[in-house]
Write a protein that binds this ligand. Structure first.
Ligand SMILES: *Cc1c(COP(=O)(O)O)cnc(C)c1O
Length: 368
């Protein structure tokens, strides 16, 4: 049997008529960038998240960059974040000349270890940038408390966590700004690149809105030096169509995860754990084992595609050598990078396919 880590064709087939007709509408209108299709999606997203503002942008990376710009992050400022995340989280900080300051992660949730934040904060610290990794929220109460205490901005990287809840609150709506990605493999995926910023604060929202169109409010009059980062209408109608199904898809992912949990309990792999206060959306289902590389190879030989998120923690990336971190500095992240493996998970995966994945994992550990 061949099992892809993610099969997007099944989802497209299930909603093809709706998607195709929405795309044809945009083609007929010849209105491609921002405009009413984008505004309508922004409204849906603001509603979905329960945020006052939702602002469509060109990618999740740009959402982070614009959020940091709106918070006034500039050269020499420090932003505290996690090293165990996709590169964009820290890349966007560095792009502004600011310094990413990495704090090690919690070994159970893989999210930033909130007990280690306060000790690295100093007079240059301007913001906290937690990531809700794999679809589970970071410990926001403590993060918000530290931020309040020290007068810091909080920007949530919710790229992997759309629809995830922390104490009943939506990911991306608890800090000053929330950042979302619609990269095709995300739980709400576009058919190309796309991203979105959420905010409740009038001033920050207005800034992001202006910064995405080169810092202008009135066309050709520029108050700030912004960037070109707009969501296009084709992506907006596709996303608006898919958003109606998102909760149903998240529920299916939870069912898939529960089945893996149950079937893998007797194996030596560490399973994902959820904090009691969280509702997980299982963007990824991560297992962990010191035998990770051999297991991955075994699964691959039997047609099962798995992915390592992430093989190199950001503090050890070549491009961040100038920050001065060395191996051993953030041991929990380094261990995770050596041991985690993402299992195939998507709403349409079948029981038979899951059974086969489980069988092959059991074969690896128990039958040699
Ligand atoms: C995907 C992702 C991003 C970047 O999103 P793009 O749309 O690919 O630019 C940022 N942070 C995290 C945690 C992500 O998973």
């Amino acid at each position: 049997m061949k099992i892809a880590s993610l099969d997007l064709k099944r989802q497209y087939k299930s909603i093809q008529k709706e998607i195709d007709s929405a795309v044809l509408d945009v083609l007929a209108s010849q209105s491609f960038v921002l405009g009413h299709y984008v505004e309508s999606f922004e409204k849906s997203m603001a509603n979905y998240c329960g945020a006052k503002y939702a602002i469509g942008v060109a990618s999740g990376t740009d959402a982070l960059l614009l959020a940091l710009m709106a918070c006034g992050i500039k050269s020499g400022d420090e932003v505290i974040t996690t090293p165990f995340t996709f590169f964009a989280t820290a890349g966007s900080i560095a792009r502004l000349g600011a310094l990413p300051v990495f704090v090690d992660i919690d070994p159970v949730t893989y999210n930033i270890d909130v007990n280690k934040i306060a000790s690295v904060a100093n007079k240059n610290t301007k913001a906290l940038l937690p990531v809700h990794l794999f679809g589970q929220c970071a410990e926001m109460d403590t993060i918000l408390e530290i931020a309040r205490d020290k007068g810091l901005h909080v920007i949530e990287d919710a790229a992997q966590a759309i629809g995830a809840l922390y104490k009943g609150k939506q990911a991306g709506t608890m800090g000053d700004i929330g950042c979302f990605s619609f990269y095709p493999s995300k739980n709400l995926g576009a058919y190309g690149d796309g991203g979105l910023v959420t905010a409740n604060d009038d001033r920050l929202a207005a800034l992001v809105k202006s910064l995405r169109v080169h810092g202008s409010v009135t066309r050709y009059y520029h108050e700030y030096v912004g960037i070109n980062s707009r969501l296009d209408a084709l992506q907006a109608v596709i996303l608006n169509t898919k958003l109606k199904y998102l909760n149903e898809w998240s529920e299916k992912r939870r069912t898939v995860a529960a089945y893996y949990d149950e079937q893998l309990r007797e194996t030596p792999v560490r399973l994902p754990k959820i904090m009691n206060c969280n509702t997980h959306i299982y963007h990824q289902y991560m297992i962990a084992t010191p035998k990770r590389d051999l297991l991955k190879e075994h699964l691959s030989r039997h047609g099962i595609e798995t992915v390592i998120y992430y093989p190199v923690p950001l503090h050890l990336q070549k491009c961040f050598e100038y920050l001065g971190y060395k191996p051993g500095d953030l041991p929990v992240s380094e261990k995770a990078a050596n041991e985690v493996l993402a299992m195939p998970i998507f709403p349409e995966i079948t029981r038979e396919e899951q059974d086969y994945v489980v069988e092959q994992i059991k074969n690896f550990f128990f039958r040699k």
